[in-house]
Design a binder for this molecule. Structure first.
Ligand SMILES: [Zn+2]
Ligand SMILES: [Zn+2]
Length: 686
């Protein structure tokens, strides 16, 4: 199942063997030792932990002073929750040679195992041996928290931050302690910084909102809680908090906000754009959302054609605010709050002028994700408004492919990235759209406007540069064996791309599984337990997507911390597991992304397969490339889950940050696309 030849693997293992073992050995056992290490690696990736442990045990019996076998063993024990065994292995390693990394790992395990005093002692030893690893202070802070010593805990978080100012969770956790000490100002600063570094931290908006609320800044508090609610629409606590803010702030505040909304709607206008008409480009139908009502303005006079009735067309005026509301089987049109027309079933807002656009107020997007928002949007093309089964309005933008891509590009890639990366993105987006045209046909449209298809937020975000990238590649797609490819992409592959993880996982020849780099990094996949730790904790791996010029570090390497209650609630939102008892990682793909987990709950065992299902279940983790540390309490019950991982998105196909880095290093869009998709041709098809 793995792409690596075992011959290559053995060569590398032989090298590490020579480094790790410093004493003469007898013939035969060397081969056995290497085979044990090899099998340990393979079993580990297949989720056969017991077998993997047995192999590393055997290896360490053959060569008791081999650090490699013991380190892998200790990590496997940690990963399987056998903390006292892991501690014993680390103690054994210390008798071979006391070293700062082993003390650090030992301290971490003691901390997870609810032995804070031992943890602090071990971590201090690591520091004395010269370690500068910020995680030492992080674990120390956790140990102090265990001892209810908030002063030392916050001190330790500050030390961690001093060593690594980008350690988002240290900022967040320090913020929580300041909050508990009623130091709103300091707490707010730490939360602000944490949010800047890692906006996907759960509860960051709610925590920050609370700090603004305590400091009587109701407007900021409300904005943050609204963001929190968009990310978690069912959350009753957040709903209550929003009500409380309105109540506390008083009616003048509500009036002020209402007035501002009215002013905004009065002032904002749709605009004329330069039309892009490519007769051969296909027309696509993009769903913008399903709403009870909408408010809009157009840049030129418009016509409403009632396409199911033979009645009169309605002519509307430009720069005028209209409201459309669903009313059972009818679509009602209002102007100045007065109903002026009612249409049956479906209408299309159309214009004589191809430069026309429509401004739609308060469009919701990304619901359930941390980037969820409600903003005013401008759309080219026509707008179809129909009724869905629930009698809500379904908004569909009818637009040609090239103008659609104008709106996709800046929402899928930052417009200030290098032009060659933007061109590669334009071709990838066009190819994917071609390939997936009509995927929502049963629902009456081609694409949704969310990441499921491609994120599309209309003309307001267009820039000259992104439109140029579309124009310069107009009608161009990537082809494989004469067909446009499914040119999927994600923000960051974490350093290693994945093959087909979707659907039935049939191999797709042009989706590569490889490290995101031209020169070897020294890591060999599939990774052994020890290597996986190094891989996930290192911010310095020389791969294309490790580039802070184009992304936050948290897109490349991230951490997510849940209390037991939080994670239990998150999982139960999707699967009724009862009480959360245990989580096991069962299988990894060759890229080290998790493919299968087992959740043991009071209502049974649940196997969850596939990266996206797993990520969604565990509270929208950034990626499936992760490992998990579980912190226990004195009674051996899990109290905290610390996920640490790499990359953002599925990691299949083009790595966007990688593409930006390549462009920055002088590669052109063809090089970039051919690096991420093998055997393709780039062709202009219209
Ligand atoms: Zn979709
Ligand atoms: Zn990458």
């Amino acid at each position: 199942m793995f792409r690596l030849s075992s011959k290559k693997l053995f060569t590398l293992l032989a090298l590490s063997f020579i480094i790790a073992v410093h004493f003469p050995c007898f013939a035969g056992s060397e081969d056995d030792y290497m085979e044990n290490l090899y099998k340990g690696r393979i079993f580990f990736n297949q989720g056969l932990s017991e077998q993997a442990i047995a192999e590393y045990e055997k290896a360490s019996r053959l060569f008791p002073d081999s650090k490699q076998a013991l380190l892998n063993l200790a990590i496997l024990y940690k990963d399987t929750g056998s903390y006292s065994q892991a501690i014993n292995v680390y103690k054994r390693l210390l008798t071979i040679s006391p070293d700062k990394i082993i003390y650090k790992n030992l301290g971490e395990i003691y901390c997870l195992n609810s032995q804070p005093d031992h943890a602090i002692t071990a971590l201090v030893k690591s520091l004395k041996l010269g370690s500068k690893n910020s995680m030492i202070y992080f674990w120390m802070a956790k140990a102090y928290e265990d001892k209810n010593d908030q002063d030392n805990a916050v001190w330790a978080y500050e030390q961690a931050i001093a060593l690594d100012p980008e350690l988002a969770l240290a900022h967040f956790n320090a913020g929580i302690i300041y909050k508990n000490k009623n130091n709103w100002q300091k707490a707010r600063q730490e939360f602000d910084r944490a949010k800047e570094l890692e906006p996907s931290i759960n509860e960051i908006n709610a925590q920050l909102g609370l700090m603004y609320f305590y400091q009587d800044d109701y407007e900021q508090a409300l904005a943050l809680y609204k963001k929190a609610l968009a990310a978690d629409p069912e959350n009753k606590d957040i709903q209550k908090q929003i009500e409380l803010i309105y109540k506390r702030a008083g009616s003048v505040f509500s009036q002020k906000l209402g007035q501002r909304q009215d002013d905004r709607m009065a002032k904002s206008l749709a605009e004329l754009v330069s039309a892009k008409q490519v007769p051969a480009a296909p027309i696509v139908r993009v769903q913008l959302g399903e709403v009870k009502s909408l408010r809009f303005k157009t840049a030129v006079n418009f016509t409403i054609k009632n396409i199911d009735e033979s009645g009169q067309n309605y002519i509307g005026q430009k720069d005028t605010l209209y409201t459309v509301k669903a009313a059972n089987d009818f679509i009602d049109l209002f102007k100045d709050e007065i109903k002026i027309a009612a249409f049956k079933q479906k209408i299309i807002i159309d214009y004589d002028n191809p430069k026309a656009t429509i401004l739609v107020f308060d469009v919701e997007a990304g619901s359930g994700n941390y980037w969820a928002s409600k903003t005013d949007r401008i759309y080219r093309g026509k707008l179809e408004i129909g009724l869905n089964d629930a009698h809500d309005l379904r908004l569909i933008n009818i637009i040609n492919m090239e103008e659609y891509l104008y709106g996709v590009l800046p929402s899928e890639m930052p417009p200030d990235w290098p032009i060659e990366a933007l061109k590669a993105q334009a071709i990838a987006a066009r190819s994917e759209a071609y390939r997936k045209m009509g995927r929502h046909k049963a629902q009456g449209f081609d694409f949704c406007s969310e990441v499921h298809c491609q994120s599309y937020i209309g003309a307001k975000v267009e820039t000259k540069k992104t439109n140029n990238a579309v124009d310069e590649t107009s009608g161009t797609v990537a082809m494989y064996q004469g067909k446009p490819i499914d040119a999927v992409y994600s923000n960051s592959c974490g350093g290693h791309t994945q093959g087909n993880i979707f659907g039935d996982r049939t191999v797709i020849d042009y989706w590569l599984q490889k490290q995101d780099v031209l020169e070897p990094t020294g890591f060999l996949f599939p990774l052994a337990p020890l290597e996986l730790e190094d891989w996930l904790w290192s911010y310095k791996i020389p791969v294309f997507c490790n580039n802070e010029k184009f992304s936050r570090r948290s897109n490349f390497r991230w951490m997510r911390d849940y209390s037991h209650a939080q994670l239990e609630a998150l999982i139960n939102k999707k699967i009724n597991i009862g009480k959360l008892l245990e989580i096991n990682i069962l299988e990894r793909n060759p890229s080290s992304h998790v493919h299968k987990i087992k959740i043991i709950g009071s209502k049974g065992n649940f196997i969850i397969e596939k990266e996206l299902n797993i990520r969604n279940l565990l509270g929208n983790l950034r990626s499936g490339m992760f490992n998990l540390n579980v912190k226990l309490n004195k009674k051996n019950k899990p109290v905290e889950y610390i996920f640490y991982g790499g990359g953002w998105g599925h990691g299949v196909g083009m790595c966007q940050v990688g593409a930006a880095s390549m462009a920055d290093q002088g590669f052109n869009y063809q090089d970039i696309l051919k690096f991420y998709f093998s055997g393709i041709e780039i062709e202009k098809i219209y």
